[in-house]
Design a protein around this ligand. Structure first.
Ligand code: COA
Length: 199
């Protein structure tokens, strides 16, 4: 079967675990902890993520979280928050976006709070979200896109075993709107994910 015919009828797991992380759908009340992670990380997020240019109050983040929780229920976007198992700290966000249920094509996004960078949490999360996409929502293809200048982000895709399919030239505006940037397009196909699991 290709894709998912009626995504609203899918009983999706809203939480799963990896070795060091709990990864779950957003829910009311997450705004404060997510806001703290954003506030700590704005300098690192702003060059790559346009939404980070806007300062958020905890109430702003709570409103955004509640919207994301509603979009999860509508199967419009599968935002996920990352929490560290050892102390419950919210480490940032990942999830599946640009959901094409008919084709079974989804895009993974991610950012991590600055104090938790360089410890492999994002690679661990991306491996978990990749497994989720192929095993729970019948993905045929999962993509990761990042600015060609964003080496840490490209490193995550490479470590997770995604294939660089090409460079989209001058296809997005930089977050500050000052110039056009190139995007690296990485993807993993279902067969490649199966081969990886069998290896
Ligand atoms: C892009 C971003 C998520 C990458 O975060 P990260 O912490 O470098 O990624 P990982 O969690 O996979 O960690 C990898 C690093 O930890 C190291 N590491 C330590 N322990 C590790 C482990 N157990 N497993 C894997 N890597 C480990 C790796 O060697 C690597 O270090 P290096 O970059 O010096 O080679 C982060 O820089 C970020 O949030 N940037 C701002 C937002 C952003 O750009 N988002 C992406 C938009 S497309």
């Amino acid at each position: 079967m290709v894709g998912i015919d009626k995504p609203l009828l899918l009983d999706l797991p809203e939480s799963f675990e990896t070795e060091r992380l709990i990864i779950r759908a957003p829910k009311a009340g997450d705004g404060a902890v997510l806001n703290a992670a954003i506030a700590e990380s704005r300098e690192r997020l702003m060059p790559w993520l346009s939404w980070a240019r806007q300062v958020q109050t905890p109430a702003d983040t709570e409103e955004i979280v509640r919207g994301a929780a509603a979009r999860w229920q509508q199967r419009e976007d599968l935002w996920m928050l990352m929490f560290r198992k050892s102390d419950g700290l919210c480490l940032g966000r990942t999830g599946l976006h640009q959901l094409d249920w008919t084709v079974g094509c989804f895009e993974i996004g991610y950012w991590v709070r600055t104090s938790a960078e360089g410890q492999g949490y994002v690679s661990e999360a991306v491996n978990g979200v990749t497994d989720y996409a192929f095993s729970k929502i019948n993905a045929a293809r999962v993509e990761i896109r990042c600015d060609s200048l964003n080496k840490p982000s490209a490193g995550v895709a490479q470590r997770a075993g995604y294939t660089l399919e090409g460079t989209l030239r001058r296809n997005v505006l930089s977050p500050d709107g000052s110039e056009l940037r190139d995007t690296l397009l990485f993807a993993m196909l279902r067969t490649e994910w199966q081969d990886k699991a069998d290896a």
